[in-house]
Ligand binder design. Structure first.
Ligand code: NAP
Ligand code: MG
Length: 401
């Protein structure tokens, strides 16, 4: 059979350790036999980042802006141990941080639902997608440990020298202080990314803050979302038959637990950090979680939600067999290929992506899976596959579809 042709290249960002091994297997077994794969390749493996003084990361982010769709392998964020392990010139920044800052994006994470891996919350029938604002608040804070009695004030000095001054607290003794901020521009980008993603995936959008208590800070988030919704998205949402719904964060948490799923939950930075770990664990596994960075200008970067699976890689290096789950990395590829197909009007490419996802899920549902899933599945008599065999099994299933 003739291979599926592509018109525009995907930006391909290769990565590190076990996921780099899976990356090659997925391309060899599941993509290249069927698609005449066109990519602009960037090697974000730590060695190459070090050789290029991390220029390759910035180049890959700029290429993503140019072409519109990227697929990224998990990468090492260096720490002190990695400095020695890879003999690094510098402790290079997190590639995800660099890419996020360049694309000004919001991260959307959704569980991959499969029969046999049931969420702990019984009424969750459909995925819940978490949209996390990735700028400011407590992640860019300034803190003081107050040593003793004294007055704390919040002061803003405008460029012309005028001041706004608010009393925080008259301390009678020691205590703590924290200064946090956000910007209207960043909140607006976050809002637009959420509204666009909701339209794109035809799901309702929920957003929640604590605006009753935080009457200026959180209220500003609520107001910016509402203004943008009314001005730019209300009609589009109505036409798509979806809803934008704002509530208080504690009310949202209570409703989420009782809901059926099938919506996007937009969260401020801290709420998103905490709630995405809760939602993902409740759905089963980080290796069954998709992650996509969406910029307000409509640029997409797909990846797995997990890291480079270092422990498995060291086993692999010692010649031991591994059973590493490739589902999230496969879905990063299918997500990117489907989006590329959509943007290029390439129906065959979109159908290929759908079919490969179906083959992946059917393989698991037929009882062939990696060890992480075998430990939590409700299916009986499952066959535990090693990393390579699991991918080969998916190919076999694909051939039957
Ligand atoms: P990790 O790669 O997410 O793995 C942590 C543990 O979770 C693994 O040891 C494994 O548990 C389990 N696991 C994760 N993914 C799995 C998969 N696909 N199949 C089976 N089990 C899986 O986190 P890490 O080992 O702490 O971090 C390794 C490196 O990843 C770090 O250098 C970090 O900087 C980087 N990282 C990158 C990204 C990214 O690029 N997006 C995100 C997070 C971390 P068992 O060992 O119990 O089997
Ligand atoms: Mg966290």
């Amino acid at each position: 059979m003739a291979k599926i042709q592509m018109t525009t290249p995907l930006v391909e960002m290769d990565g590190d350790e076990m996921t780099r091994i899976l990356w090659q297997m997925i391309k060899d077994e599941l993509i290249c036999p069927y698609v005449d794969l066109k990519t602009e390749y960037y090697d974000l493996g730590l060695e190459h980042r070090n050789e290029t003084d991390d220029k390759v990361t910035m180049d890959s982010a700029l290429a993503t802006q140019k072409y519109g769709v990227a697929v990224k392998c998990a990468t090492i964020t260096p720490n002190a141990a990695r400095m020695t392990e890879y003999n690094l010139k510098e402790m290079w920044k997190s590639p995800n941080g660099t890419i996020r800052a360049t694309l000004d994006g919001t991260v959307f994470r959704a569980p991959i639902i499969v029969k046999g891996i049931e969420p702990c919350v019984r009424n969750w029938e459909k995925p819940i997608t978490l949209a996390r604002h990735a700028y400011g608040d407590v992640y860019k804070n300034t803190e003081i440990k107050v040593p003793g009695a004294g007055k704390a004030e919040l002061v803003f000095t405008a460029e012309d020298g005028t001041e706004i001054r608010e009393l925080i607290h008259n301390f009678k003794d020691g205590g703590i202080l924290q200064g946090i901020h956000n910007t209207d521009a960043s909140i607006a980008s976050f809002a637009k990314a959420c509204f666009n993603y909701a339209l794109d995936t035809k799901q309702d959008l929920w957003f929640a803050t604590k605006d009753t208590i935080s009457k200026k800070y959180d209220h500003n988030f609520k107001d910016i979302f509402q203004e943008i919704y009314d001005a730019e998205y209300k009609e589009k949402f109505e036409a798509a038959g979806i809803e934008y719904f704002y509530t208080l964060i504690d009310d949202a948490v209570a409703r989420v637990m009782k809901a059926k799923g099938g919506f996007i939950w937009a969260c401020k930075n801290y709420d998103g950090d905490v709630m995405s770990d809760m939602v993902s664990s409740a759905f089963g596994s980080l290796a069954m979680m998709t992650s996509v960075l969406v910029s307000p200008s409509g640029v997409y970067e797909y990846e797995a939600a997990h890291g480079t699976v270092q422990r498995h890689y060291y086993k692999h290096l010692e010649g031991e067999e591994t059973s590493t789950n490739s589902v999230a990395t496969i879905f990063a590829w299918t997500g990117a290929l489907r989006k590329r197909g959509e943007l290029d009007g390439n129906k065959e490419l979109m159908e290929f992506a759908n079919k490969l996802e179906k083959a992946t899920l059917q393989t698991i549902e037929s009882g062939r899976m990696t060890k992480d899933l075998a430990l939590i599945t409700s299916l009986k008599d499952v066959i535990v596959c090693n990393s390579q065999d699991f991918i080969k099994e998916i190919r076999k299933t694909y051939e039957t579809l």
